[in-house]
Design a protein around this ligand. Structure first.
Ligand SMILES: [Zn+2]
Ligand SMILES: [Zn+2]
Length: 196
C-alpha cells in the first residue's frame, strides 16, 4: 500500500466495548468517530442491529412463546488512544472474538486464546514484551510457465495466459510480453508480485 501511495496509518482495536485508536502517526484519523456519530444519530437503527446480533435467535424464540420481546441496551462504547493504553488495562474475555481494523476497512479477528502466569524460563524483562512467538511464513508462488523460478509479476485476465491469475518470473514474462511492464492488451492488468 505504501508503494501504491495508498497507505493509511489509521486503525483501531475493538475489544469489548472500547475502541483503541491507533493515532501514533500525526496524519492518522480517528476511525471510531464515524461509528460514534452513527450511534448518536441513528440510535434506533443501531439498537435494532445490536438486538439482532446479540439475541437474534433467542428473540425469535421469545416472540414465538411469549409474544413479546425483552429490550436490550446498547453497550456504552468508549474510545481510547491505543498508544497510551497498556495491555494490563484491557478488559477482555478469553476466546472472545475482537476486531482489528486498519487501512480503511481491512478487518481482522483477534482472539486471546489463553493466559498463564509467568514462568521462570520466560523472559523476565517487561520491556521485551510483547514477544512474537510464531510468525506465519509468507507463501510465494512459482512462475506458472517454467515452474522453476519465483514469480515476479502476476497477470489478471490475460487471454494469452494459461491460468487466471497467472504468475510469471521475469524471464518468462519478457518472452511473452515484448514491451516490458506494459500490459499486452486492454483489460489485462499486470502487477508486481511479492508474496501471497
Ligand atoms: Zn489487514
Ligand atoms: Zn518462468
Amino acid at each position: 500500500m505504501q508503494k501504491a501511495g495508498e497507505h493509511d496509518p489509521s486503525g483501531y482495536f475493538l475489544i469489548e466495548d472500547a475502541f483503541y485508536n491507533d493515532l501514533r502517526d500525526p496524519s492518522a484519523i480517528d476511525y471510531s468517530k464515524p461509528v460514534f456519530d452513527w450511534l448518536r444519530n441513528s440510535k434506533d437503527e443501531a439498537l435494532k442491529k445490536w438486538e439482532c446480533i446479540i439475541n437474534g435467535e433467542l428473540q425469535q424464540k421469545q416472540k414465538a412463546i411469549l409474544g413479546t420481546v425483552s429490550t436490550s441496551h446498547l453497550p456504552h462504547f468508549r474510545a481510547f488512544d491505543m498508544h497510551t493504553t497498556w495491555f494490563r488495562d484491557l478488559r477482555f474475555r478469553l476466546g472472545a472474538a475482537y476486531l482489528y481494523c486498519h487501512q480503511g476497512d481491512c478487518k481482522h479477528t483477534i482472539v486471546i486464546r489463553d493466559m498463564r502466569l509467568i514462568h521462570q524460563e520466560d523472559m523476565q524483562n517487561r520491556a521485551a514484551y510483547p514477544i512474537v512467538i510464531f510468525q506465519l511464513k509468507p507463501r510465494t508462488q512459482k512462475c506458472s510457465v517454467c515452474r522453476i523460478y519465483r514469480a515476479k509479476k502476476v497477470a489478471v485476465d490475460n487471454k494469452w495466459a494459461q491460468e487466471n491469475p497467472c504468475y510469471f518470473c521475469d524471464y518468462c514474462y519478457s518472452l511473452l510480453h515484448s514491451v516490458d511492464g506494459i500490459p499486452p492488451y486492454e483489460n489485462c492488468s499486470v502487477y508486481d508480485y511479492l508474496h501471497d
